[in-house]
Design a protein around this ligand. Structure first.
Ligand SMILES: Nc1ncnc2c1ncn2[C@@H]1O[C@H](COP(=O)(O)OP(=O)(O)OP(=O)(O)O)[C@@H](O)[C@H]1O
Ligand SMILES: [Mg+2]
Length: 428
């Protein structure tokens, strides 16, 4: 063979290699610079480009969290490594690449005993692999991994590794952009929900404030202008109505202030031991007139001789009054509302139960958040700002407990929570 012909063959080989490399760069460039509507599409194209560049048939993206490797995308679709499957990180061929945060490649797993017992080699016959880390927002996310069931006849060269690492960087950027976009969407939805809640609050509150204020203005004008002449008894009735409206407004405003204090973490609980049965008696007394006016039977089943509970008496009074008020308000004549309590170890379980209208399952989830009412239309049947249960929930949670609501339409509602007994280690 003449020197001239060797030279031209060499040039042709170098030229073919260069053309091959240029083709691979073009493929990577295409896959990384395209605009994708969906992240899944980007995954598919990026894995596809990597498989072509490395000439390996299997590619996957794995996310690692708490030492668990979860496949988020994979090809080919008939491969056993499917999206959603997860494995202990240590059992995967990507483990070293993730742990060392660097590209790890092996042309023949059969010649590397440390990989022999990995299930993807042992059970699924993987022979060659290349795994490179993926970074998302400065944190290790997982790996971009390519494998084949054939050993690889030529070593992975630095250019191939550079291209795959470029692919993994672009993949990380795309995942980051998606995370940021999802965060923005969530923040937008949250802001919209807050705006809706605020608007609902203003509409409800306008109604709740206007009704007693109009009554106060109307009745006081009658008194001021002595419209009824010298009928002192009528004036006295109106003065009593004004007084009641004023108290109602004060309660409403106190509820709003308490709610906002709870939200700001500024509600200071004044915990001290007190007798629950006595408090329950007081609350029933406050609500008697209202219950009688609605023909509701009000009662309590709190055992005698319970140890005192360790809680904020004013807050628990507010909780019980709100729950009783709901029980009475959302019941029909002849229904029953009762407060029950029973001891459970170091705690006292307290429940307010009614046999009233109940709450539909679909409404149960949102109820207990400020301004949420099952019937929130302006034409609703009952007065109320929708703060009572949210306040109860907030106050109960401040005590380290949880408010549990069970309800069935037509069968009534039960709201329960528990409180610690003072001392905490009384005999059972
Ligand atoms: N015992 C109950 N039976 C049936 N529905 C109830 C009961 N308790 C609460 N609800 C439903 O939950 C909603 C929220 O209750 P919440 O006490 O927070 O508000 P409200 O009673 O409407 O107003 P507020 O308590 O501020 O005067 C009520 O509007 C009602 O739809
Ligand atoms: Mg209420």
């Amino acid at each position: 063979m003449s020197a001239a012909s060797v030279g031209s063959r060499g040039r042709r080989t170098a030229g073919a290699q260069l053309a091959d490399f240029a083709g691979k760069v073009k493929r990577i460039h295409e896959a990384t610079t395209r605009r994708y509507e969906k992240l899944d599409e980007a995954f598919e194209q990026i894995i596809g480009a990597g498989c072509e560049v490395l000439e390996m048939p299997i590619g996957l993206i794995g996310q690692v969290s708490n030492d668990v490797f979860t496949i988020v995308a994979a090809r080919p679709s008939q491969d056993p490594a499917r999206p959603g499957l997860n494995y202990p990180l240590a059992e995967t061929l990507s483990s070293e690449a993730f742990r060392a945060a660097t590209t790890v490649a092996c042309t023949d797993v059969a010649s590397r005993p440390e990989f022999h017992d990995r299930p993807s080699h042992r059970d699924r016959g993987r022979r060659a692999f290349l795994a490179t880390p993926i970074w998302v927002e400065g944190q290790l996310y997982g790996t971009l991994t390519f494998t084949s069931t054939e050993r690889r006849s030529k070593p992975f060269d630095q250019q191939e590794i550079d291209l795959i690492e470029m692919l993994a960087r672009s993949l990380g950027d795309k995942i980051s952009a998606n995370v940021i976009e999802r965060r923005l969407v969530a923040a937008k939805l949250e802001a919209e929900a807050a705006r809706d809640a605020k608007e609902m609050f203003l509409a409800n509150m306008g109604h709740e404030l206007r009704t007693p204020l109009n009554a106060i203005i109307g009745f006081s004008e009658i008194i001021k202008d002595q419209v009824l002449g010298a009928d002192l008894d009528r004036y006295r009735t109106y003065a009593a109505d004004i007084n009641e409206c004023g108290r109602h407004l004060l309660t409403l405003i106190n509820d709003i202030l308490d709610m906002s204090k709870i939200h700001l973490g500024k509600y200071d609980l004044q915990r001290a031991p007190f007798d629950l049965k006595r408090l329950v008696g007081e609350c029933l007394q406050v609500m008697t007139t209202r219950a009688e006016a609605s023909f509701i039977d009000l009662s309590e089943e709190v055992p005698e001789g319970l140890p005192p509970v360790d809680a904020d008496r004013r807050a628990i009074r507010q909780v019980l009054l709100n729950l009783l008020s709901n029980g009475i308000k959302f019941s029909e004549p002849g229904d029953r509302v009762r407060i029950v309590a029973s001891r459970s170890g170091d705690r006292l379980r307290i429940g307010v139960q009614d046999t009233g209208n109940g709450i539909a399952a679909a409404d149960l989830a949102r109820i207990g958040h400020p301004f949420e009412q099952a019937d929130s239309g302006l034409s609703r049947r009952h007065e109320g700002a929708g703060l009572g249960l949210a306040l109860c929930r907030g106050l109960i949670e401040l005590h380290g407990s949880r408010m549990r609501i069970e309800s069935q339409v037509g069968n009534g509602t039960s709201v329960a929570f528990d409180l610690p007994l003072a001392g905490g280690n009384h005999a059972r």
